[in-house]
Design a binder for this molecule. Structure first.
Ligand code: 1GP
Length: 249
């Protein structure tokens, strides 16, 4: 089944989803295997794979580490065009719609399109909104864009609406990996109430409580990276929040 169908169906039925972000530079093969084993037991929905900048080319190796342990889909979350491999299941084809850098709105997509067309990757066109998470993030620096201020819910909502009107199939609100604070619940709520496509939220979600808040505010999918690199045992309590939020939400 196409992954987008799952994203959409789960979002429509209120079934919350949990994605683990693997930054290949920040994990060892042993750590990836351990994370994949726990994720498999907990029924984690997706692995996202990528980073703002990769110093080493571990992408393929780490995808095979995950494949050995579980059948959780691996979705590329590329920081740039060299983070592409046909061996994943899908790709978040990101358009950085909170920014005004034409390269990240369309330029790099043109360069990648022939490769993506030939690959068997499922393409997930995604409107990516970088939100101020309290520190100067790698994404802001590398993308040469200004994040949307944390309290400007109307700007975030209008940007997400425009993304959906342009035909983007997912909206991703990201405070950036390692953000001092996650996207605020009020902004998640504002965006969610103006779009119909599934909403992904990540950046700075480090505790089960923060995961629950994001779900309850309207996130259909939450993404956690940093916190799990430090402590993979956080996977089970975060995974459990899906059910709690699903029941209450
Ligand atoms: C970043 O949304 C992801 O793009 C995850 O962020 O590493 O802070 O969990 P963290």
């Amino acid at each position: 089944m196409q992954l987008y169908h799952t994203f959409q169906q789960d979002a429509q039925s209120g079934k919350k989803q949990f994605a683990i972000l693997i930054d290949p530079d920040k994990n060892s093969p042993d750590q990836i295997s351990r994370i994949a084993q726990i994720a498999s037991r907990e029924g984690v929905d997706y692995f996202f794979m990528g980073g703002s900048l990769l110093m080493q080319n571990h992408l393929e190796k780490y995808i095979s580490c995950i494949r050995k342990e579980c059948d959780i889909p691996v979705i590329l979350f590329p920081g740039n065009n060299i983070q592409l491999t046909p061996n994943a299941d899908a790709i978040l084809l990101l358009s950085l719609i909170s920014g005004r850098n034409p390269d990240l709105l369309i330029g790099r997509h043109v360069i990648s399109a022939p490769f993506l067309k030939q690959s068997r990757l499922e393409i997930l066109p995604t409107g990516y909104l970088l939100i101020d998470g309290g520190n100067h993030s790698s994404v802001a620096y590398m993308s040469n864009t200004t994040p949307i201020p944390a309290l400007k819910n109307d700007i975030a909502a209008a940007t997400a609406m425009a993304g959906e009107m342009l035909g983007l199939k997912l909206i991703y609100l990201d405070a950036g990996s390692g953000a001092s604070h996650p996207v605020l619940p009020a902004m998640i709520h504002a965006v969610k109430s103006h779009i119909t496509v599934p909403l992904i939220v990540g950046g700075g979600i480090n505790t089960p409580d923060q995961a629950l808040l994001a779900f309850q505010a309207g996130a259909d999918v939450i993404v956690v990276g940093n916190a799990l690199e430090k402590d993979p045992d956080l996977i089970p309590p975060i995974a459990r929040q899906r059910k709690i939020a699903g029941r209450k939400g």
